[in-house]
Design a protein around this ligand. Structure first.
Ligand code: SAM
Length: 207
């Protein structure tokens, strides 16, 4: 198992580029309604909070969640960009969720960071966190490894089909695109998907 806090303490954080994800900026510029109109956006695995501040700077209320105390301390050390806050906890732990409800989730490099055996639990957790009609806007890092490269995750690869299948018990896929912008080296390796949480009252829907 990855000791995320140790990685943060040792500054072994190659994923932290010092600014928000370019596909998030692009999405907010060309579309963005699912996040812009949400009551509050959860950013699971927020690290030092670049995406949280990108959202907050645009007037979107956002909460960053990370299980690393060091990451959360670094996020909190930044000057506030708007209406953002940070919580230390695991996405799989129900405690931090008490009293909190989110209209949207921005996923970026949390899904690919967790062990693939935890992906069904990830999908269920997101389904429980989101209010009906809420959105998961996910930037999925599908192919972190080149063909033939020794693929030792994290990050762990995934596929569009796997992700759609994982979320299908609770979510409808409403939109998808390959982002036009990316961090250097991630061009063409990511997939941006917008899922909508079905109404819990819908019969026949897994809960
Ligand atoms: C690859 S890093 C990405 C951080 C940030 N999204 C970024 O791109 O800069 C993955 C982050 O997810 C956090 N994380 C891993 N498992 C988690 C869990 N179960 N709940 C909350 N955060 C988690 C780690 O501590 C780490 O900060």
């Amino acid at each position: 198992m990855t000791d995320w806090d140790e990685l943060w303490q040792k500054n072994e954080t190659p994923w932290d580029k010092g600014y928000g994800a370019p596909p998030l900026t692009e999405y907010l510029e060309v579309a963005g309604d699912e996040l812009r109109h949400a009551r509050r956006v959860l950013v699971p695995g927020c690290g030092s909070g670049h995406d949280v501040r990108e959202l907050a700077a645009r007037g979107i209320g956002a909460t960053g969640l990370d299980l690393s105390e060091t990451a959360i301390a670094r996020a909190r050390a930044h000057a506030p960009a708007g209406n953002e806050d940070y919580v230390c906890g695991s996405l799989f732990d129900a405690e931090w969720r008490i009293g909190r409800e989110f209209g949207a989730v921005w996923e970026h490099t949390c899904f690919c960071a967790i062990d693939p055996s935890m992906r069904p639990a990830y999908a269920r957790a997101i389904s429980e966190i989101l209010m009906p009609g809420g959105h998961l806007v996910g930037l999925f890092f599908l192919t972190p490894w080149d063909p033939g490269e020794e693929a030792v995750g994290p990050p762990f690869a995934s596929s569009r089909e796997e992700i759609v299948s994982l979320f299908s018990p609770w979510f409808e896929l409403r939109g998808e695109r390959v982002p036009g912008r990316a961090y250097p080296g991630r061009e063409g390796r990511e997939w941006l998907a917008v899922f909508e949480r079905r109404n819990r009252a819908n019969p026949g829907v897994a809960e």
